[in-house]
Write a protein that binds this ligand. Structure first.
Ligand code: NAD
Ligand SMILES: O=C(O)C(=O)C[C@@H](O)[C@H](O)[C@H](O)COP(=O)(O)O
Ligand code: ZN
Length: 385
């Protein structure tokens, strides 16, 4: 049953609430158009006392900071705003330290909260800062990229990158509320929308074949800004993520399925130096194609499955091969393996992969030997691969 949270949504009957029913840390994901201007009221109505320190990036600030600030000020809940440089490079120790100090300068108290207004970079970084500030303050996710709306704003993984690998420093710190305003996607650059789409497709590929079928038929609507299509894709994604996070908050088992494509993708992101050469979603797209190809090579799934996945992601404008990464230079299998060995899923020194028995049938395995991975990478690096 949709929950009505604002008048525009009420007339269109399009707002949704998905609950993340974690014992002691339950929170709601509010989804629909027109939410940003309601942010102050939603926070004040649901989270009791406390003022807000907004963290955002320069791109998002230019379009959307004013509206959120105004709505928090109207409720007497605004304490200050911090604007960081946009891009993956901000998820670093060098941005974390001044961010924490600026939040302290703002005199944000333990009963106050950090509001992350932005994509996954801001969500991960501001969430991490919130988790260590005065030993932990609440935070609210206001995701503005498609990727953040379908994935990173939910589930409580926070952190930063290091040269050794992606997200190797971080915490689990659940948000207290997630406010998703679909209207803000209108200002998101096309490349970012498509990168975020990789994580949408991931949900179908890891555990919902019907959803993948729907995406094959409807992805173009999503890219064209069709509201019902966007709402369906975002709601399906966050509902799947919420179910998995409730079952396995700390990734002892099932949650690792959300890492489909990430063992390869994170290594590629680290190899490209967390730069604009390869966005996170683009790395995930290539990584998912590799996971399907490896599964096919190991005869775990039917021939042709990887080609179907690759064709869909390519049609969505995403890279699907390591050789699609611009810049000429290619990684060696040894360097990628070295980076993959830093993956947080590694256990007893064994690489951990999310592989597939078919579309929507992912599983976690430690049964692929290092030499087999090296040979597979060798086949998949290079201009022809
Ligand atoms: N914590 C998690 O569970 C989780 C899940 C998936 C990804 N992530 C992380 O998320 C990050 C990637 O997130 P991302 O793809 O959102 O990248 P991002 O935060 O860098 O945002 C993408 C770009 O779009 C801009 N932008 C965002 N919203 C905008 C809007 N509405 N209008 C105009 N510009 C806008 C940003 O300024 C940035 O330049 C990676 O670091 C990845 O590791 C985390
Ligand atoms: O929430 C999760 O769990 C995920 O794996 C979602 C991923 O899309 C996301 O990129 C996450 O940050 C990866 O987590 P990591 O633990 O592999 O760093
Ligand atoms: Zn991801």
């Amino acid at each position: 049953m949709p929950t009505v949270v604002n008048s525009l949504a009420a007339t269109q009957n399009v707002s949704r609430t998905v609950s993340v029913a974690l014992p002691g840390r339950a929170y709601d994901i509010l989804l629909g158009p027109g939410q940003l201007g309601q942010g102050g009221r939603l926070i004040a109505g649901r989270l009791g006392k406390g003022r807000c320190g907004i963290v955002t990036d320069a791109n998002v600030a230019a379009y959307h900071l004013g509206e959120l600030e105004a709505s928090l000020k109207a409720e007497g809940r605004w304490k200050g705003s911090i604007v960081l440089p946009a891009g993956e490079a901000s998820k670093s120790f060098s941005q974390l330290a001044p961010l924490c100090e600026q939040l302290l300068e703002m005199e944000l108290e333990r009963g106050d909260m950090v509001v992350a207004l932005g994509g996954g970079v801001i969500g991960d970084l501001a969430g991490f800062a919130a988790s260590i500030l005065r030993r932990g303050v609440r935070f609210v996710q206001v995701p503005t990229s498609l990727l953040a709306q379908v994935d990173s704003s939910v589930g409580g993984k926070t952190g930063i990158n290091t040269p050794q690998g992606k997200n190797l420093i971080g915490t689990f710190h659940q948000p207290s509320l997630v406010i998703i305003d679909t209207d803000v996607l209108e200002t998101l650059p096309d490349r970012e929308l498509r990168a975020g789409y990789a994580e949408v497709a991931k949900y179908g590929l890891l555990g919902n074949a019907d959803f993948f079928d729907w995406l094959e038929a409807n992805a173009s609507k999503l890219f064209d800004g069709d509201l019902p299509a966007r709402l369906h894709a975002i709601e399906t994604s966050v509902a799947m993520k919420a179910r998995i996070v409730i079952a396995d908050e700390r990734e002892a088992g099932e949650r690792a399925l959300l890492n489909l494509g990430h063992t390869f993708g994170h290594a590629l992101e680290a190899w490209t130096g967390y730069s604009d050469r390869l966005l996170h979603g683009e790395g995930v797209s290539i990584g998912m194609c590799l996971a399907f190809r490896l599964s096919e090579k190991l005869k775990l799934c039917a021939p042709g499955t990887a080609a179907r996945v690759t064709a869909h992601l390519a049609a969505a404008g995403l890279p699907t091969r390591i050789s699609d990464i611009p810049g000429g230079e290619m990684p060696t299998p040894a360097r990628l393996l070295q980076l993959m060995e830093q993956d947080k899923k590694v256990q007893d020194g064994l690489l951990t992969f999310v592989l597939v028995r078919g579309i929507g049938q992912a599983f976690v395995t430690r049964d692929v030997g290092r030499d087999d991975v090296a040979a597979f990478l060798d086949e998949n690096i290079g201009a022809q691969a």
